[in-house]
Design a protein around this ligand. Sequence first.
Ligand SMILES: Cc1ncc(COP(=O)(O)O)c(C=O)c1O
Length: 419
Amino acid sequence: MALTTSPQTVPMPAAFQPSVALAAELLQVYGSPLYVYDGDRLQETLRHITQAIPYPRTRFHFATVTNGNIALLQIVRDAGWGLHANTPGDIYLGLQAGFEPEAIVYSGSNLSRDDMAQVLVWAIATLNLDSLAQLEQLCESCQTLDSANRPPSLRLGLRLNDPALTGDSRIGVRPEEFAAAQILVDRANESMGSETIKLCGLHFYRGTGTNATQAFTQVIDRVLELGQRLPDWAYLDFGGGFGHSYRHGGAAFDWLAFGQAITARLNQLPHAVDLVIEPGRAAIAGCAALLTTVVSVKWQDDRQIVGVDTTVANLSVPSVHGGYREVVALATRPSPSTYPTDVCGNTTYSRDYLGRNCQLPKLAPGDVLAILDVGAYGYAMASHFLHRPRPAEVLLESGQHRLIRQRESYQSLLQNQIF
Ligand SMILES: Cc1ncc(COP(=O)(O)O)c(C=O)c1O
């Protein structure tokens, strides 16, 4: 299964990095700091992933937990992908972006009764559930809605918990609970006098940010074996969790090898099932950069300490949640040497580093830096912690740019406060 290149498949594009001239233009029009998305690159990435999996019954669903900007979701929708929702809020955003309810797969955890009723009223018909208690609750919620207010048929999946496959995870249902799950569904259908609910899915989630392709390919056989224990098995949802190479040139998840491996195994099943793939990070991480402007420079011995006009609250991933993002100086003057540099946010929070030990040229106030690969879990995880308003977001498409989210103002910090 060593097939890693194919003439028909669009290659995975390199991380988006705006040119010096484009960055200067965007900052002049929209201000700094600024999230900039490359829509063309997003389309290419979706194409690469789509073409990598030749299995004909595959459906791709973008995991909007990583990025909920409606303009970007519309690009995903126009590429023929569905949406994967982690929460009712994800579903709401997906519906606003124009996804049909049947194009939304929901994998839930710890839903309240109200959450479940809402999801059913929105007519979401494919749901992966986390426990027998949640399954029982969903069956109850389905029975209490009148038939006009619930989807005509519900495809339920069990989120798999098997420590050998999923590691030590709070999520999911153990294989030894599958039979009890089937009994709950049979009872609910009996009491409704219909076959509304089908327990027909198995959902596997490896955990986010896994670059080792084998971590996925090694478990396929066992996951398929477990799926066949469900009498009405009709779909395999294989996550989620596919890595992205933040260290450019470093280990990256190999979509082609994965696509070949999963296709070969699924083709051997005695009866065909649908495959659902729901990448978030891998689809969008490389499509955005956060532009920021240097406001202050000082030296501590040989180390350059650069202060910028953004903060980890605008991009919490690198310093609060760990992980590396490349920081690039968009230089307008030649710089023969680079120096160990810490890129520090505009607050006194002790963890406010956007980058540590970066190798950057001598910088001065007014210089522009680009923090790369911030399309996933970037703006989506930005918060009002530290009380800096959030940046604007801009989309580049076919050589044009447009604002897709306004910059916040100090007034945004008052929203919903009562005083
Ligand atoms: C069930 C499920 N699917 C998909 C995703 C997206 O994961 P990733 O961005 O690692 O692809 C998540 C992330 O939390 C998830 O919980």
